[in-house]
Design a binder for this molecule. Structure first.
Ligand SMILES: C[S@@+](CC[C@H](N)C(=O)[O-])C[C@H]1O[C@@H](n2cnc3c(N)ncnc32)[C@H](O)[C@@H]1O
Length: 194
């Protein structure tokens, strides 16, 4: 298990203290999503990102298996809610692609490649979740739920332009070891950095 020393600590400049707030990483890189684009908020929970993205003009498909959590999203303009088990049964996004896919605090490796395929050419992947080293802070602590060092970068090595990648220890919204990436599908996309 990788441990990080103090020199690797960083703090998002505009980080929020409530976990209900949209992640600053998602907010920042959502600027790369085309106006009015269709976004998949994957394993959305109660939909902090679906809500934020819809408020900023995106059309959002918010999917999770937890019906109670999804109830918080009912009736929100531009948000379509889907309840599904994303780890069992048929892959419900076969043949579907989005202008952006947002994943936070969730990892299920067996469907990682299928998930990447839901990003259309020129579309944006915004991913942020826990990584090895997080066990010292609490859960998740199982390797199944923790990214390996550099894993998101490795997974976007071919066919993606990596716009930004970070890994290390954060102090807000609570101490955690996290990894995050923003990548655009295709190697010929020209973009203005947010
Ligand atoms: C830690 S929460 C993250 C929620 C949201 N992405 C966020 O960051 O606020 C993890 C979410 O994954 C969902 N989840 C876990 N296993 C799932 C599965 N097999 N199918 C669909 N959703 C699942 C849970 O219901 C939960 O809402």
């Amino acid at each position: 298990m990788t441990q990080f020393d103090q020199s690797m600590q960083f703090r998002a400049p505009d980080a929020h203290h409530e976990t209900a707030a949209a992640s600053p990483w998602v907010q920042r890189f959502s600027a790369l999503i085309r106006d009015g684009g269709e976004v998949l908020d994957f394993a959305c929970g109660s939909g902090r990102h679906a809500r934020w993205l819809a408020q900023h003009g995106c059309r959002v498909e918010a999917v999770d298996r937890n019906a109670d959590a999804l109830r918080a999203l009912s009736g929100i303009e531009r948000v379509r809610v889907t309840q599904a088990d994303l780890e069992a049964g048929d892959w419900i996004y076969a043949g579907r692609q989005f202008d952006a896919v947002v994943v936070t605090n969730y990892l299920f490796r067996p469907r990682f490649e299928a998930l990447l395929d839901t990003v259309r050419h020129g579309g944006v992947l915004i991913y942020e979740t826990f990584m090895h080293g997080n066990a010292q802070f609490g859960r998740p602590s199982s390797p199944d739920f923790l990214l390996a060092p550099g894993e998101l970068l490795q997974r976007c090595m071919n066919g993606w332009q990596v716009v930004a990648f970070e890994q290390g220890i954060v102090s807000v919204p609570r101490p955690a070891a996290i990894q995050r990436i923003c990548a655009v599908r295709g190697t010929d996309a020209a973009m203005t950095l947010p």
